[in-house]
Design a protein around this ligand. Sequence first.
Ligand code: GLN
Length: 479
Amino acid sequence: MELYELNLFMLTEGLKEKKFSPAEVFESCKNRIDKCEKNIHAFITRTDEIAKSQLNENNSGIFAGIPTVLKDNLCTKGIRTTAASKILGDWKPPYDATAWKDLREAGAILMGKVNMDEFAMGNTCGNSAFGATHNPNDISRVPGGSSGGSAAAVSAGYVPFALGSDTGGSIRQPASYCGVYGLKPTYGMVSRYGLISYGSSLDQIGPFARTIRDLQMLMSVIGQYDPMDSSCFREKNHDFTHSEDVSVKGKKIALVKEFQDFTLDAPIYEAMKRTQKVLEDEGAIITEVSLPTVARYAVACYYALAMSEAHTNLERYDGVRLGYTVKDATGIKEMFERVRSYGFGSEVKSRIIAGTCLTEPSRCEEYYVAATKVRTLIAQEFARAFGEADFILQPVTPSLPPKIGEVDEDELKGYETDLYTLPVNLAGLPGLSFFTGYSDNLPVGLQLIGSRWSDAELLNTGIILERHLGTPKIANGGE
Ligand code: GLN
C-alpha cells in the first residue's frame, strides 16, 4: 500500500510509531497529485514549497506531518486566496482562518488551495474563474460543488482530509458525488472567522475525509469556540472521541413524509432501502416526520436569503480595498463598473442583481422579510420533528453526478436539486453525507441530519453505517 492511500487515522498512527516520516508522506501525496492533477484539476494554487518549509518546523501536534488542502474561500496568511473569482486578483490575506490556524497549529501541512464555484455559488464546481474540476471516480462527470476541489482531492488520494464550506449543501453534495464523508456542522460549531462570506447566516466550515473516525479527529480540532466569530458559541461541551462501542438501539430514524412523493434515481432509492435495513437490523426504529413547509418552500426561501446576503457581502469588492482594480478610470462610478463587470462571473452577477431586487425597500417586506419568516417556520418544523425522532435519513441529491456540460442550463432546475441539503442550513442543523456503496463504479451517498449540537451523536451513528455499508475506496483519478 502506498502512503497516500492511508487514511488520516492510519497516517497519524504510523507517524507516531515512526513507521514512515512526514517527508515520505509528503512525497507520496505530491506524486499522486502530479500523476492525476492533469485529469482532475482540483487545485487553484499549489503550495509545495510552503509544505516543504512546514515539514522543517518542529511540531508535535496530533496532525504533525499530515498533508491537507483548503477550499479557496478560506483565508491563508500570505497565500493567495481567490474564492475562484477574478475579483480577488492575487489577494494574499493578512491572517489565517481560525479553522486552518487550528489545523496548522496541530501540525497539518498545506498542499494548496482548491477549486470551488465562485464565491461558493453553485453545485458543480464549474462556476470557477479557474475552470472546472473533474470527478476522480469518472472524469467525464462533475465532482459537485461548491467545494468540489476539496472532495475531489480527498477522493483521489491527494490528501487524507480537506476543509470546505457549506451554505446550502456545498460539503455534503460533493462528498456524496466523490465518495467521501463530509460533515456540515451545526451553525456556530466551527468558527467562520476567515471564511470569505457568501450567506453569513447559512455558511459553515466543515471537514471531508475517507472515514468517519477521521471526521471525528478533525472535529475535535476545529470544533472549538472562537471569540473572533460572534456566531460561534457553545451550549455544551462536545466530545468527538472515537469509540467502536456505539449503538442505535431504540433510536428513532425518520424519513420525511413529503419527500416520499418525489422521484429518486434507482441507485439513490436502493441506497435508502439498504441503509434503512442496516439501521433496523441494528435495532433502530424507522419512523416518519412531516415537514410540509420545508418540502414546499425551502428552496425559494433559501435562494431569497442567500442572494440577499450575498449581495450585501459582495458589496465590499469595489476595487478600492482589495483585489482586482483598474488604475485609469475617469471616476469612481466607472471604476466600480469596470472592476465588477470584469471581476465577477455571470452566476455571481445574477445573484447580486437578484439580491439587490429582493432587498430593495419597496419589495423588501414581500420577499426578504417574508423569507426570514418562512425560515423561522422551517426551523420550528425541524424542532418539532426532532421532538419525535433522533435523526432524519434522506438523500443528498435525487441523482448521481451529471456529466460535465450536461448540467441543466435552466438555473432554477439546478437550484431545485439542492432541496435535500439547503433546509439543513436554514435551520442551522448538522448534516452528515455518508457513503453507501457504488453503482456502476459511481459512489452513492446519503444524508443523516440531527438536531442542533447533535454533531457528535451524528458521527457515532456514522460509525455504524460505515461498518455495514463499507468504507469508500480511493478513486482512480482518471488513471
Ligand atoms: N448550491 C447552493 C448555492 O449555490 C449551495 C452552495 C453552497 O453550499 N455554498 O447556493
